[in-house]
Design a protein around this ligand. Structure first.
Ligand code: FA5
Length: 343
């Protein structure tokens, strides 16, 4: 076959191949087979070397023309194929009833929700919400609360000291003093806030936790008011079915003092080997009592005129009970699956 016949044959086969290919990938295969570096056109080009030198330039030009035509045809076919593919994808039906992927949504942390609800309960009863510093000197944490330096009750508040006289507050009770220093009676405040203790962490203890403190001072305030308010708060937070008991206790800053317990959320009062309540069937929610006359004197309130009560409840402990959680550490593990269940 001479060069002209060769080129004619090549062009005919190329056109057939284009016609028979469907889609961008088979067109690309045609391009490789004919126009690629080891394709058929290259083989024809090589045959130029066998021609007499005088015929070579004309032969080269004919091949180049053929290649240009083939490339044009290929580009056109590729553009058509692409347009068909886009058209096909646009005409695909969209099922608008198909369930969509639910976006992850944040929610208020369960501890914060309890804190908010406790504050809301007291606000409804005329209390103001106040907050105070997390770093306090000895004076506010202990001395002014009738806990002098050598008092054994200090050991109950195993604290993180920053300097010999400055510590991360182990309870919210310092705010009793700060509030009474700033206001004359009547005083009615609730104090939510974070506290820190060097406690060993277990199912009901953290080293960083939250308390809600309450303080009411006026003339004629008595223990019955305290019991009524705390019983109402527990009903609101846990519902009326949850059992709550008041147990005589001791705090240097209240007299008389009580601790408030509720049925253990893990064993539901059965006790035994329960790792939450240690077998008692109850867990402690907080402490409370009538403000000690010495504390009133420390802020220059006359204990013969004014009386009052205070309480301090653990917020995570309340959340344990409200949400039926088996371990207090869960609140700080940032486990989305757990938090989503309570959202
Ligand atoms: C106090 O902190 C007193 N300030 C409470 C008080 C206030 C009594 C006003 C009288 C008048 P107590 O150490 O018992 O008390 O702590 C109160 C509550 O805080 C506990 O019942 C518990 O619910 C919570 N709490 C204490 N330590 C931890 C801890 N390590 N982890 C989680 N919660 C804790």
């Amino acid at each position: 076959m001479n060069l002209a016949d060769n080129l004619e044959d090549l062009r005919a086969r190329f056109e057939d191949a284009l016609k028979n290919s469907a889609g961008a990938s088979s067109l690309d295969a045609v391009r490789v087979a004919f126009l690629g570096r080891s394709g058929e056109v290259t083989a024809v080009r090589r045959s130029i070397g066998k021609l007499p030198p005088a015929e070579r330039p004309a032969a080269g030009q004919r091949i180049n023309e053929a290649v240009e035509q083939m490339e044009r045809a290929l580009n056109e076919a590729q553009a058509n194929a692409q347009a068909l593919e886009v058209g096909a994808s646009l005409s695909q039906r969209i099922d608008v009833t198909f369930p969509s992927i639910k976006p992850q949504q944040g929610s208020i942390h369960p501890m914060k929700r309890v804190m908010h609800d406790v504050c809301a309960y007291f606000e409804r009863h005329g209390f103001a919400v106040v907050v105070g510093p997390e770093i306090e000197p000895d004076y506010y944490n202990f001395d002014a609360l009738n806990i002098p330096p050598d008092h054994p009750a200090r050991e109950g508040f195993d604290s993180f000291f920053l300097t010999p006289n400055l510590l991360l507050r182990p309870h919210t009770s310092p705010m009793q003093i700060r509030t009474m220093q700033q206001h004359r009676p009547p005083v009615a405040v609730v104090v939510p806030g974070t506290c820190y203790r060097r406690d060993a962490v277990d199912a009901r203890h953290l080293f960083q936790f939250n308390q809600c403190e309450g303080l009411l001072i006026d003339e004629g305030v008595h223990m019955g008011h305290l019991k009524g308010m705390l019983t109402g708060m527990c009903r609101e937070i846990f519902g009326s079915e949850q059992q709550v008991r008041f147990r005589p206790s001791y705090f240097p800053f209240t007299e008389p003092s009580a601790e408030v317990d509720t049925t253990c959320p893990l064993c539901r009062g059965a006790g035994g080997e329960c790792r939450m309540c240690g077998g008692s069937g109850w867990i402690e929610l907080g402490g409370a009592g009538m403000v000690h006359p010495n504390v009133l004197r420390n802020v220059e309130y006359d204990p013969d005129v004014y009386s009052g009560w205070a309480f301090g409840f653990g917020v995570e402990r309340m959340a344990l009970v409200r949400y039926d959680v088996d371990d207090i550490r869960r609140f700080f593990e940032n486990d989305h699956a757990f938090l989503e269940q309570l959202a």
